[in-house]
Design a protein around this ligand. Sequence first.
Ligand SMILES: *[C@@H]1O[C@H](CO)[C@@H](O)[C@H](O)[C@H]1NC(C)=O
Ligand SMILES: *[C@@H]1O[C@H](CO)[C@@H](O)[C@H](O)[C@H]1NC(C)=O
Ligand SMILES: *[C@@H]1O[C@H](CO)[C@@H](O)[C@H](O)[C@H]1NC(C)=O
Ligand SMILES: *[C@@H]1O[C@H](CO)[C@@H](O)[C@H](O)[C@H]1NC(C)=O
Length: 389
Amino acid sequence: MGETQNLHLPLRTRSSLKKPLLIVLLICITSVLLICTYMYPQHSVKSPACEGLSSRGCQAALSGWLDVHVRKHTDEEVAARVVIRDILRMPPALTSRSKIAFMFLSPGTLPFEKLWDKFLQGQEGRFSIYIHPSRLRPVHISRHFSDREIHSDHVTWGRISMVDAERRLLANALEDPDNQHFVLLSESCIPLHTFDYTYRYLIHGNVSFIDSFEDPGPHGTGRHMDHMLPEIPRQDFRKGAQWFTMKRQHALIVMADNLYYSKFRQYCRPGVEANKNCIADEHYLPTFFHMLDPGGISNWSVTYVDWSERRWHPKTYRARDISLKFLKNITSDDMSVHVTSVGKRGDELHWPCTWNGIRRPCYLFARKFHSDSVNKLVRLFPNYTSTVV
Ligand SMILES: *[C@@H]1O[C@H](CO)[C@@H](O)[C@H](O)[C@H]1NC(C)=O
Ligand SMILES: *[C@@H]1O[C@H](CO)[C@@H](O)[C@H](O)[C@H]1NC(C)=O
Ligand SMILES: *[C@@H]1O[C@H](CO)[C@@H](O)[C@H](O)[C@H]1NC(C)=O
Ligand SMILES: *[C@@H]1O[C@H](CO)[C@@H](O)[C@H](O)[C@H]1NC(C)=O
């Protein structure tokens, strides 16, 4: 017995050593295979995306790719995305009754009603007006504007209450099924073209005119916070002017969104993190549309504004600053300008404006105009809007 045991011992030892070795070997092969399948697509993205990029840019590109392709969406994201995708697939319902909703976000009285009245003359049935007066009840001089106030609330510049007012305007304007395009305007905005030109540009244009660009500086991506993760990756954070125009489908997805809106309501405000002054209306829609329908937006705003003075607020034009030459200049401008917060003066980004693939003037509206310019603008209106492009 003892001998047999002794005889068998080396054999048993050999076989008991061999089994775990085989298992370890199998595990190794499986792991290598798994790593290979995981790495392969990453590699195929890496080579074109990373050529000529710094390693940091390359890492950002890769983490963006990983975020989209590897990170599992949360339950809320799956739910939000499926609703949004189906709304975007609905064909636009354009009819001869289609209207443009002009939505005015204003503290009170609209100083340019007289000019807008001229713009809207003879166009009954092709537009609707909505006014969100956030402080005082407006006094009207145009019948198109009387009794067009919606239920409103206070608005604080830079806070989520600004986005809430925009959503309130959209919700009210969506109640009319004939409204097919939605334009957000302020009390200091003026029209730059005839109604017909504006109507055709918006109703027959194939995108929503929502401003969205990447500003790598402190007042752009620098305002992103880790609290916004994982739903809002840093590389998808965008900036843009709040003055949008959007198609009905896009207005509907803004109404349907609670997930991304909640993130901005909670974290895009001053005081969440030191030195980060996130301004909700400058980031929510630009980021939301960049993430959910990047091909459906123009990326520039059709509302002209002059930031050339590089101050906190844009230039306000007074009557003495306005001439026919100046107005013709902005109505025919076909290069959009974006200013980033990189460096001391910021970088300027210039893109040509295209409408359904054709080079066209960028601007339908302009701001900011001082109320003292209204009579001069009314007088010049037939002249500066006469250019048909
Ligand atoms: C807007 O920018 C996105 C990238 O963020 C791009 O996919 C889209 O084509 C741009 N839109 C237009 C009209 O160029
Ligand atoms: C006209 O536009 C050009 C280019 O945008 C600008 O350089 C020029 O100063 C403008 N002229 C007036 C009178 O505003
Ligand atoms: C808009 O039209 C242009 C030119 O035909 C085309 O290149 C572009 O893809 C279209 N965009 C959408 C969102 O349909
Ligand atoms: C505006 O146009 C009208 C008609 O074409 C013309 O008589 C008038 O002189 C123009 N006004 C200015 C300021 O150019």
